[in-house]
Design a protein around this ligand. Structure first.
Ligand code: 2P0
Length: 321
């Protein structure tokens, strides 16, 4: 079982497409209350059921991942199996279901086949599945860097959920499937955006600023660099050819509402990913107000609420035969 996570300092761009290594580090919060639950069982043929229905596109990606992990960690041919996975949040809601999905699948494969991989190896495998997935393995505030030798990723806990129990409110503005997936979008930005090199050059400073802000529990400083990283990533996207525009009118209206709340003194800041939802990080004291105000923004469909939470875990391993 794995929760989604939301990056405050964004990952956008790959250093190595084959190994799915990120070109930049990232810093995220793991969410509580939302999760992907994945069950593996023996089956006479491979099956993939997402939220109760067959999902062929996801099935191909999941089984390609299972094949690669089994080839490296298992023995003999991979047994066929049924993967049943359920999200307790809208799959297309821009909540990084691929992050929670691949974190859950990595843990489930490790547990089902009894490999007992260490935390570092699990992180490498989760990254092969999805660049944001390793962050869901840990709870609280999590930093992901490419190691010095660029051979591995390095995952580190920055602070726990108890250290700073912030809330996250998601303004869902559209449930339509996004037109351009993250992997394709990142490739396009690297190849065509004139701002991509500056994105790489200025990224480490944002990571360090966010880490310092978290260590100092300085919400204003964290808010400033969180919004900066988000807007800088979207500037890279806007300037890609063809452009990557994930925003809609309600996204802009929700950001306006956050800026209005900030002007009134509320401790809240926004971020957006490769989709039109607006995610608002805020203190516990502000969370009810933030949720009420976002729900009243024209074009906001639903408001989801979460807190900073703990990381992925294995629920149970049933041994048969
Ligand atoms: C992030 N995103 O840091 C960034 C911000 C979206 C925008 O990680 O290609 O599904 O599978 O490694 O992890 C979403 O991309 O991409 C993402 P792949 P992933 O959360």
């Amino acid at each position: 079982m794995a929760p989604p996570n939301i990056a405050l300092i964004k990952y956008w761009g790959k250093a190595d497409v084959q190994r799915n290594h990120p070109a930049v580090g990232s810093l995220s919060v793991t969410l509580d209350g939302l999760h992907t639950e994945t069950h593996l069982s023996a089956s006479s043929s491979d099956q993939f059921i997402l939220n109760g229905k067959p999902a062929p596109a996801m099935a191909a990606r999941a089984f390609a991942f299972a094949d690669a992990m089994y080839a490296a960690c298992g023995e003999g041919p991979r047994p066929s199996m049924a993967i049943q996975t359920d999200n307790n949040f809208p799959t297309a809601a821009g909540l990084a279901s691929s992050a929670s999905g691949f974190a859950a699948l990595t843990l489930a494969l490790d547990a089902a086949f009894g490999w007992s991989l260490g935390a570092d190896d699990l992180a490498q495998w989760a990254c092969r599945g999805s660049g944001s997935a390793p962050r869901s393995l840990l709870g609280g505030f999590v930093r992901l860097d490419l190691a010095q030798d660029a051979e591995r990723i390095a995952l580190s806990p920055v602070a726990s959920a108890q250290d700073w129990p912030l809330h996250l409110v998601v303004a869902v503005t559209s449930l339509a499937q996004k037109k351009t997936g993250s992997t394709e979008g990142m490739t396009r930005s690297r190849g065509t955006s004139p701002y991509y090199d500056q994105w790489l050059a200025t990224h480490a400073a944002d990571l360090d600023a966010a880490q310092h802000a978290i260590a100092a529990r300085d919400f204003a400083a964290l808010a400033e660099v969180t919004e900066h990283s988000c807007l800088k990533m979207h500037a890279v996207m806007f300037a890609s050819r063809p452009p990557l525009i994930y925003w809609n009118a309600a996204s802009v209206a929700a950001i306006d509402a956050v800026r209005q709340m900030q002007a009134e003194g509320l401790q809240a800041c926004f971020t957006m990913d490769a989709g039109p939802q607006v995610k608002v990080l805020c203190t516990a004291e502000c969370a009810d107000t933030v949720a009420d105000r976002l729900a009243r923004v024209t074009g906001v469909d639903t408001v989801l609420r979460a807190r900073v939470g703990v990381g992925a875990r294995v629920l149970d391993v049933a041994v048969s035969g």
